[in-house]
Design a protein. Sequence first.
Length: 465
Amino acid sequence: MNCPRCGNPIEGRALFCPQCGRKLDQEAPAPQPWLADAEPENGATADSAVPASEPQMDRARGCRSTLTIVGIALLVVLVVGGLAAAAILQGMRDRSGTQVELAQEHYQRGEAHLAEGNYELAIAEFEQALRLDPALVEAADRLAEAETLLAARPTPTSILQGAVEQSHWDALQAVLMQQDWAQVVQRAEQITTLDSTYRRQELDDILHDAYYQLGLQSVQENRMQEAVGYFDRALALRPGSAQASLAQSTAKLYMDGVRYAGTDWAAAVDRLSMLYTLDPAYRDVQARLHVAYLAYGQQLAAREDWCLAALQYRRANELTPADATAALAQEAADRCGAPPTAGDPTVPTGDDPGATPGATTGTPGAPAGTFVGRVDRTEHVAASGIYVRGQVLDREGEGVPNVRVKIQAWDWFAYATSDGSGQFSFDGLGNPVTYTLSLADLPSEPVDAPTEFTLLTWVIFEEAR
């Protein structure tokens, strides 16, 4: 406040102005509402105090008003919230119904596209229908059907590939008619490169025939190794091919016979004689076998193995008769001890006065000391297999032990050794073919033994007198 006289500002509650000394009037303190209910002090009367009942009544009325307002507000909030929730629920129902309707529309459009073959558009419509209504089972089923049809529909690439394959197939048929086997193989391999499943069985049959024919051509041109390769390919395509198997075996026998000539004449005779039995007209096998017989006979004669040498000379003379060969056979037979005859110098004639009636004296022409093989009998057995058994007998009919017996078919062979009674056996053979048996360590004439499953073939080798 300021002094009313000098206007000097007064701080605090001073009684006099510090500048001019004027007495200052003191202001009455402002009434304090919170002291209204207090008891009168300093002897004040009840009339001078503020009545206590009126403020209490005012406060009660104020509380009731506040509660009423709050209750009304809460009621308004609840009503508004309920209306809003109802509106939201109704909106969701309306929206759900709209989605179902839209899903049906997309489903119907998908059906139309599917019927027209527009599988991509049908798939898009069915997918949209399922997004709007995941419970639409019909849309899911039709979607799967459309995807399957789309996957099976030929694409432009597959159509073009099919046309190319058909073009190669037509070209293959043309060269097949011309029997141009090299071109047949080339065309067939082109088709296989494009599509390994295209007419697979037909192509395999064509390739088998082509390789077989190329093998025969190679044989005629004396390209034996190449021929064996072609026959191998033919058998890879058709393992049970009898003609390819025979062609392969004969080619290998020829190759072996040529390879052994000059180094192992016994092996050369073995391979070439078997080939000659299979196919006497095979290339120059007759001429080569004749040379092998003569060379092997000379080799045996040099070792003074005259009986076996006489056998080789005689066989050479049977292939290609010649006076010089007959003379060699005669000389070897004389040295072996077999008496010459007026005809074939190695074939004895007339009766043997010392022979026992019914005894086997060997086949005509077999030199003394030569073991001649023959099939004695065959019989069926209960076991499911192929069996060849036999016995090696000397001129007295006694069994000859420790003799190696050789069995052979094509380029396969095996050995068995006779026991103390001269018996030998080959049990469990795998193929029902004709096997050739001979003695590996004694002069012998081989014997062919036909076989079949559940059949026992009994072979006898007897020493000729």
